[in-house]
Design a protein around this ligand. Structure first.
Ligand SMILES: [Ca+2]
Length: 320
């Protein structure tokens, strides 16, 4: 009885420490979003975070279905999923569609899910508002690994800006490029939203630029080996349907998740404080200023191997 009580208390303690996370993703445009979502589930299983909701910026119905089935695979099919309205990149993508449609010989889905189709998902900005309102002040971490469409819209109303200011501890973003003046996909696809986010986000923001995920590639051999604990894994299925195997893929979105949940892990270095700006071409620039609330990730040669190994371990961690 004492042991049971202790277990309950320890579990409750871990739960209280677990940082509430919202994952905002363009699921379907690249496979790193799927690996990043797997990492969040592993981190939740370890008591480090609580995935309170997923909002999507890819305007394709399979994106919501795929996110929902991954959540269900990790036995968290209750997590709310929000869809962008009139978003960019509506095109179909095999990496989200093929796993969603796979059925067994008896006709049942290989990956059961709650959402029958994307139209059943709630609207993303309304969901963001609801999720933030329900959490403690200064507690929420948002991970944005797609376009800024949803979060920029959340900044339209002054009361929502105030909500963000009050509730959000950190916004961890994958976007931009801080070593070369080159357009980056997440900025380029919705330049107006990206500009607005960088100009007006009222809190701490740490950005993982193109160069960080580019420096660490998820090895195809580890996709084959480390996920072998289960016959059908929705993230492996997505990986196989994104490009012809075997291929190593950049870990862009995974880096934003790792920093978001383990900011003190020593996996990355941080730039000085300052202000990020983006242009109509999708390029980002950084202006340092002591009072700035924006920084970007940097990584040393010495950090790379450990950081990559950690991301591989979390993404492939078995369901508990
Ligand atoms: Ca992405």
């Amino acid at each position: 009885m004492k042991t049971l009580l202790l277990t309950v208390l320890l579990t409750a303690g871990a739960w209280a420490q677990a940082v509430p996370v919202i994952f905002d993703t363009d699921m379907g445009n690249d496979v790193d979003d799927a690996l990043a979502l797997a990492m969040l589930h592993a981190l939740e299983s370890r008591g480090e975070c609580r995935l309170i909701g997923v909002t999507i910026t890819k305007d394709n119905p399979w994106a919501a279905v795929y996110v929902d089935l991954v959540n269900a695979f990790y036995r968290r099919g209750h997590i709310p999923v929000g869809m962008v309205k009139n978003g960019v990149t509506p095109e179909n993508a095999p990496l989200i569609q093929v796993p969603s449609e796979r059925r067994r010989a008896d006709g049942t889905f290989v990956y059961p899910r709650r959402l029958a189709n994307g139209a059943e998902a709630v609207e993303a900005v309304a969901l963001l508002r609801r999720l933030l309102s329900a959490e403690k002040d200064g507690s929420v971490v948002i991970v944005q690994v797609g376009f800024s469409t949803n979060l920029a819209r959340l900044l339209d109303a002054p009361e929502d800006v105030e909500l963000v200011r009050r509730k959000v501890k950190l916004l961890s973003v994958m976007a931009g490029n801080f070593v070369q003046p080159k357009p980056e996909f997440n900025v380029q696809k919705d330049t107006a939203a990206a500009r607005k986010l960088f100009e007006r986000w009222p809190g701490e923001m740490v950005v993982s630029g193109f160069e960080i995920g580019e420096a660490m590639k998820f090895p195809a051999a580890r996709i084959e080996r480390d996920f072998a604990w289960v016959a059908d894994h929705p993230v492996v299925d997505a990986y196989r349907n994104y490009m012809k195997m075997p291929y190593d893929r950049q870990t862009w979105d995974l880096t934003a998740v790792l920093y978001a949940v383990r900011p003190a892990g020593g996996y990355f270095d941080l730039s000085e404080r300052g202000k990020i700006a983006s242009d109509d071409m999708g390029r980002t620039t950084f202006q340092k200023s002591a009072a700035g609330m924006q920084r970007y990730l940097m990584i040393t040669e010495a950090q790379r191997a450990r950081t990559l190994e950690c991301m591989i371990g979390l993404a492939s961690q078995p369901v508990n």
